[in-house]
Design a protein around this ligand. Structure first.
Ligand code: HEM
Length: 808
């Protein structure tokens, strides 16, 4: 059991924790250590803001005389560069983070620095660089007269504002991004000449965007949905985009069906409801008529679709791709990202509540992790297989509704990706980034997956309208690090200024430049001749094995733990209960019977459907027997991660009269392990402790409800317990923590709070062996309680105490 450390002075920890949050703060800013950038930024920002206690110029905005002689704006010098920075990485330079771009390790920073704007110490100007004397008033004829059309400053400002929004993405509109790097473990030259895999330790800068699919740009993060996991590698042979999801299969097999799928899942067109949810008629109508979606539905109804964090979900390239080596030899490959922190998800009740209290839950988590130095990290693993192997599989590797079980083709770990820098500006980077599956580099090639083929067209096409023309590749976030030379010219918003008069090839007026690179340097498509004696005429049809719609859906369901199976059944029950047309529900249950009678029965029972409908007719009566009947790797619980608690959030409840010592020690222990312990009181601000000292609550029971935290600590102290029990939020706070199977530590008198919330304290004894995650300790045993708490927190959740419907 880890010992609770005593080294960190507790008071400093409180300031440290408070400075690492983006959603609420303490009543006063505590003194901080100089090397703590987050706390220093907070303290210096507070000092700078406090030095401008009111708007000194306000009085001078009035009257004619002041109007013709406006004063210079009030400005103070920032205590340091950190105060005006978007992210801590500006100060925090190291080989992992920062603008220093050490040895080209984070070269994207360098290229983006070119366009980064720093207004410190500068006056306002128009877009033409003309200094603006007065930014408070429009130009009028007399102080009470009409505004004049000649006010070019007003018109420029308003016109730009009027056009501040661009169309949002058709799908994946809601997203969050981060910079980082990919590091190769060993040369992979045997299989591929792709630049990122050529040398051990080679680092390639990346930009990653995580997203939901269904919702609009401002929709909630915790919707039940697939998450996009798109990675742009800025390689030294051009940009390579691996545009994946957190689920390795997809709903459909052919791009021809993509608009239908998206129309079905988006809010219904007549009333534009529901937002960011698949629980409605049109979605279930469509998928129940498309049995190839059954495998994907299993994943989407599992907890995969409600991740705890972007840092705790897997990513997949989904399709079969090809790796191509220097000799032009190719193998097939599937890409897998595995989070070092393990795969952890929310539970549904929690996801629903979070969407109300903090719709930015995942965005905030990603931002805070990176600012705090808990950099999300993922290992890249490849499933490499040959054409000959592929021909033997019971499924078709061109079918995006199928996985290749890891037991059949194991993962080869080839490198790691670390996300270590937040964007400076959301719009310029995360919104304007343009991913496209067509963007591959020499060494990576496509398979004939018909879904992939549609994607290769779709992304660049849609980006032309989203980003206002064909030159979006010149936006800094999209531009490759290598030089771009071709004869494409003009178009909206062109930035490149081409020398000379030649924009064609072949030419002699520019000495033949730019010339075609040839096979040695350039991208060459794998010929992939079709050897089989299959029909090769033009045809609109699917290969035979695509018709096996249920074998892998069953494999997924049967590979889950009983807890996960329960969650899948509950999710089907919930979603189908929201369907208003019973025939759609019945059709779906009829389809599920082909995948799992047990699951179909549970869902039917939950919907009051008796008798069950007949199973749907199958497209393929006699599918090939699968290679594996169970794949333990498909369970979320099979990847607990490195056992650390980095990035977890813990609520330490406080109120006047709190026994503070144990709370402060635990907060320090959490900070030392990269977790965040927040002092949550009935209100923010100073809290008198039992010893007559003060603690500073930086969150309140109202502004940070219980379901936002991964764990809960209830303090000792009769007076504090009495105060907390007076506040109705406390019982809800505890009940949610209990219901969502999170780790709870109750010290001394706070046992009463558990009873008050209806939490069965006796459970502690009955389930103690397996670990209930409910730790109740007497006064004097706080240290061992804290150690047990930290250990239990690392297990993330304690499903042994889960009930359906919930107990409390
Ligand atoms: C395996 C199936 C698919 C996966 C894994 C996938 C993944 C993604 C991801 C991650 C994004 C967000 C990119 C970003 O962060 O900017 C995205 C956007 C998009 N996807 Fe897909 N997608 C799939 C299928 C398709 C298909 C079949 C089509 C069309 C034929 C399509 C069209 C689009 C479009 C139009 C966007 C918006 C792009 C933009 O505006 O920048 N996707 N997709």
């Amino acid at each position: 059991m880890p010992k609770t450390p005593k080294a960190t002075p507790p008071k400093k920890t409180a300031a440290k924790s408070a400075a690492r949050n983006t959603d609420s703060g303490p009543a006063r800013v505590a003194p901080v250590a100089a090397d703590d950038h987050a706390a220093r930024k907070m303290a210096e920002t507070q000092a700078m803001v406090a030095s401008m206690p009111y708007n000194e110029n306000k009085a001078e905005e009035h009257g004619f005389d002041n109007g013709v002689d406006p004063p210079a704006g009030q400005a103070v010098e920032a205590p340091s560069r950190l105060v005006g920075a978007s992210t801590l990485s500006e100060e925090n330079s190291s080989d992992k983070v920062g603008t220093a771009a050490l040895d080209g390790l984070n070269a994207t920073t360098d290229s983006l620095d070119r366009v980064r704007v720093d207004a410190s110490g500068r006056a306002l100007t128009t877009n033409q660089g003309v200094a603006i004397a007065d930014n408070q008033n429009s130009l009028k004829y007399g102080v009470r007269g009409p505004v004049l059309l000649e006010d070019f400053i007003l018109r420029e400002k308003i016109t730009h504002f009027d056009h501040e929004r661009i169309p949002e993405r058709i799908v994946h509109a809601r997203g969050s991004g981060a910079h980082g790097f990919f590091e190769c473990y060993e040369p992979l030259t045997r299989y591929t000449r792709a630049a990122p895999f050529q040398a051990a330790g080679k680092r390639t800068p990346v930009f990653v965007r995580f997203s939901t699919v269904q919702g609009e740009r401002g929709s909630k993060d915790t919707a039940r949905d697939v998450r996009g996991f798109a990675v742009k590698f800025y390689t030294d042979e051009g940009n390579w985009d691996l545009v994946g999801n957190n689920i390795p299969v997809f709903f459909i097999q052919d791009a021809m069906k993509f608009p239908d799928l998206v129309h079905a899942v988006k809010p219904e067109p007549h009333h534009q409801m529901p937002q960011a949810a698949s629980a409605h008629d049109t979605f279930w109508d469509f998928v129940s008529l498309m049995p190839e979606s059954t495998h994907m539905l299993m994943w989407v109804m599992s907890d995969r679709a409600i991740p705890r964090s972007f840092a705790t979900m897997q990513g997949f390239g989904v399709h079969s791709f090809r790796l191509v080596n220097e000799q032009g030899e190719s193998v097939f490959c599937k890409f897998h990202w595995t989070p070092v922190a393990g795969t952890h998800s929310l539970v549904w009740d929690e996801a629903v509540k979070i969407s109300g209290a903090d719709p930015d839950f995942h965005r905030r988590d990603l931002w805070e992790r990176i600012e705090a130095g808990n950099h999300p990290e993922y290992e890249l693993g490849l499933q490499i297989f040959t054409e000959e192997q592929a021909e033997q599989f019971s499924f078709d590797i061109l079918d995006a509704t199928k996985i290749i079980p890891e037991e059949l083709v194991p993962l080869t770990p080839v490198g790691r990706m670390v996300l270590n820098r937040n964007p400076d500006n959301f719009f310029a980077e995360t919104e304007q980034v343009a991913f496209c599956t067509a963007q591959v580099i020499p060494g990576i090639d496509f398979s004939n997956d018909p879904l992939l083929a549609g994607r290769i067209h779709s992304y660049a096409d849609t980006q032309i309208s989203r980003l206002g023309g064909p030159n979006f590749h010149e936006l800094p976030i999209n531009a490759p690090l290598v030089q771009v030379h071709n004869n494409q010219r003009d178009g909206m918003h062109r930035q490149a200024i081409h020398r000379g008069r030649v924009s064609y090839e072949p030419n002699s007026l520019a000495g033949g430049c730019p010339f075609q690179a040839g096979a040695a340097q350039g991208f060459v498509t794998v010929p992939a001749r079709i050897r089989a004696e299959e029909e090769q005429g033009k045809v609109r049809a699917k290969p035979e094995k695509f018709a096996d719609h249920y074998t892998q859906a069953r494999l997924f369901y049967e590979s889950q733990t009983p807890v996960e199976q329960g969650h899948i059944a509950n999710a089907f029950r919930f979603e189908l209960s929201k369907v208003t047309v019973p025939a759609i529900r019945e059709r779906m249950v009829a389809s599920l019977r082909n995948a799992s009678e047990e699951l179909a029965k549970k869902v039917a029972d939950g919907l009051g459907m008796d008798p069950m409908p007949q199973p749907l007719p199958r497209a393929l009566a006699d599918p090939a027997p699968p290679e594996v009947a169970k794949s333990p790797a498909l369970s979320l619980l099979s990847r607990p991660g490195d056992g650390s608690i980095k990035g977890r959030k813990v609520a330490l409840l406080v109120a006047p009269g709190v026994e503070a010592e144990a709370i402060e020690r635990l907060q320090a222990a959490l900070a030392q392990r990269g977790a965040v312990g927040r002092l949550v009181g009935p209100r923010i601000g100073p809290v008198r402790t039992a010893a007559g000292d003060t603690l500073d609550a930086d969150a309140s029971l109202e502004n940070e409800p219980g379901f936002l935290f991964d764990g809960l600590v209830l303090p000792d102290g009769d007076e504090a317990v009495a105060a907390l029990s007076q506040d109705g939020h406390t019982a809800e706070f505890i009940r949610d923590q209990f219901r969502h199977c999170k780790t709870i530590l109750a010290m001394g008198a706070s046992r009463l709070l558990l009873a008050h919330a209806g939490v069965p304290v006796a459970m502690d004894k009955s389930l103690a062996q397996g670990g209930t995650g409910l730790i109740v300790v007497e006064p004097g045993a706080e240290e061992s309680g804290a150690a047990a708490f930290l250990e239990a927190l690392a297990r993330h959740r304690h499903f042994g105490r889960e009930m359906d419907p919930p107990l409390a």
